[in-house]
Design a protein around this ligand. Structure first.
Ligand SMILES: O=C[C@H](O)COP(=O)(O)O
Length: 324
């Protein structure tokens, strides 16, 4: 069984970014039909062998940004979420798999819930991520969006999930997107910054590719697909475009940028497909939570159910075929 990589916040050096370069942005293309073809083959691939699936599911748990982003969030709900973050899998299941304790990658909340989450996670080493900059639409006045980041960092969030202005992408104003990302990066200080592209609202895969490059040039440590509030959230074609942008950026700069698919990922088998995608496109480094996160509110429940089946299946098989 592979080690499920229980590394919590072993983050890479912050992305210093690149100077803005419009020619570089215009050179970015996306071959839509090739991307669609490749994405269609991914779910059927056998990259994760059956015997290893439970170990991969444990690994997936360590990469979850366990999220609650609802208007009716309460301190009680956030505390329950944090308790789950500390102990995402029943200890007896972990024992049965020969594993020690694990936790999720981070807890992701709105600004108002940062303090509650920090208290509930005290001593666990689990970071708190806050969504920011007028999440989810990002249409509040620019100075307020910058101020919101500063307030969340001051409140103790060590990861900030910003939303970009979709109109900068839709109007091809790449300089404005770069300047916005730079300002957000600056406001984050020592906190890690994840740039949410809201890919379901960007119009084309080429725009997704260009926006990914511009956000990385502007200093994003992670690029993230969606807020979870768009009508189309994380998809495999979009993910292929974004992880290939990450690969290109690493080739150009040597800097490794993280990837966070988010929104609508709720099935264990989808988590396995995403992990296989990361392994095949970017390599094993992107199977750890310093470079890969799932933004998900309900994925953990399905993974737990699959692990229960896995352990129960092994137990009954052992009883059917006792060792002689
Ligand atoms: O960033 C995380 C997303 O908002 C979670 O979306 P979800 O509720 O569809 O899992």
């Amino acid at each position: 069984m592979p080690d499920p990589a229980i590394r919590l916040h072993d983050a890479p050096a912050r992305n210093p970014g690149l100077p803005f370069d419009l020619d570089r942005v215009h050179a970015v293309q996306a071959n839509t039909s090739a991307i669609e073809r490749r994405a269609a083959t991914l779910p059927g691939r056998r990259t994760v062998k059956k015997d290893w699936q439970a170990a991969w599911l444990l690994r997936a748990i360590t990469c979850i940004d366990l999220t609650t982003l609802a208007g009716d969030d309460t301190p009680g709900r956030v505390r329950r979420l944090c308790a789950k973050a500390r102990q995402p899998v029943r200890p007896d299941l972990l024992d049965a798999m020969g594993m020690g304790p694990i936790t999720v990658g981070a807890v992701c909340v709105y600004h108002d819930m940062i303090d509650t989450a920090l208290r509930a996670l005290e001593g666990s080493g689990i970071p708190v991520a806050a969504v920011s900059t007028g999440f989810p639409a990002g249409l509040s006045p620019f100075p307020l969006r910058v101020r919101e980041i500063e307030e969340s960092v001051k409140a103790g969030a060590s990861e900030i999930d910003i939303v970009i202005s979709r109109r900068h992408v839709l109007t091809g104003n790449w300089q404005a997107l770069y300047d916005e990302m730079r300002a957000f990066r600056e406001a984050c200080g020592a906190a890690h910054v994840k740039a949410i592209l809201a890919t379901g609202e960007l119009g084309s895969l080429r725009n997704v590719a260009r926006a990914s490059h511009v956000c990385m040039m502007g200093g994003a440590d992670f690029i993230k697909t969606s807020t979870g509030k768009e009508s189309v959230n994380a998809t495999l074609p979009v993910s292929l475009v974004m992880v290939r942008a990450i690969r290109d950026y690493q080739r150009q700069t040597g800097v490794k940028i993280g990837y966070k698919p988010a929104g609508g990922i709720s099935k264990a088998k989808d988590a396995l497909v995403y992990l296989a995608l990361m392994k095949e496109e970017l390599g094993d480094d992107w199977l750890r939570n310093d470079l890969f996160r799932f933004g998900a509110s309900s994925l953990l429940g399905d993974i737990e159910r699959q692990l229960e089946h896995h352990v129960a299946g092994r137990y009954s098989a052992a009883h059917r075929h006792p060792a002689s």
